[in-house]
Design a protein around this ligand. Structure first.
Ligand code: FES
Length: 209
């Protein structure tokens, strides 16, 4: 992978709230690489969203709630990406512990900035804070803590404002509608573009062009 390539960049994925429940998951794609962030028994982890058995995509939806289980032969994976549930293993796969570890999912990188979750294909590289710069990282983290939870009807704070970070645009319109828009990463289908209206919870808002 080249430095500066999409695989080495952080992309905003979702709010931390979206991954707070057991089995909650959010997917995206960077170029040809499908990614998933998933809550597994309280741990939020990220992998390539590709089964290591026959390379099927594991979660086909942009987001949802369900175990990290491949739809084809039913392998399920633990928080380290190791296949732990293999139907018909004694007859069909005959994988012992070491063989399963060798078939662990490929890890991806996950980072939090306040309540915002970012993901990266590359498992190694600069931290999100290093990529954004310490000042912007701190400002965005603090700002995100003032966002309302979805469904809450809170008055917007005065320091909500236009902000652009990676693929994330945050916009507060003059009439007080707060929208968080995450563009699909390069090469990804538009179904991985997200626009979350944080306030008011029921507003049907679009960002200005
Ligand atoms: S392709 Fe995933 S379990 Fe077989």
């Amino acid at each position: 992978m080249q430095n500066g390539s999409p695989e080495n960049r952080w992309f905003h994925l979702c709010m931390a709230d979206d991954l707070a429940s057991p089995n909650a998951f959010v997917t995206t794609r960077v170029g040809v690489v499908p990614l998933v962030a998933q809550n597994i028994k309280g741990r939020v982890v990220a992998f390539r969203n590709v089964c290591t058995h026959r390379f099927a995509v594991i979660h086909g939806e942009p987001a949802g709630c369900g175990p990290l289980r491949c739809p084809y032969h039913g392998w399920s994976f633990d928080a380290d990406g190791v296949p732990v549930g293999l139907p018909f293993n004694p007859t069909d796969f005959q994988l012992e512990a070491e063989g399963r570890r060798r078939l662990a999912l490929h890890p991806a990188s996950l980072a939090r900035c306040g309540r915002l979750v970012f993901i990266r294909v590359a498992a190694d590289g600069p931290s999100l804070e290093e990529e954004l710069g310490a000042a912007l990282f701190a400002r965005l983290a603090a700002l995100s803590e003032t966002f309302p939870r979805r469904g809450d009807a809170l008055e917007p704070a005065e320091d909500w404002e236009h902000i652009k970070v990676a693929n994330l645009r945050l916009h507060l319109s003059p009439d007080g509608v707060l929208v968080l828009h995450s563009a699909a990463p390069p090469g990804a289908d538009q179904c991985f573009s997200r626009a979350i209206t944080l306030y008011p919870a029921t507003a049907d808002a679009e960002l200005p062009a």
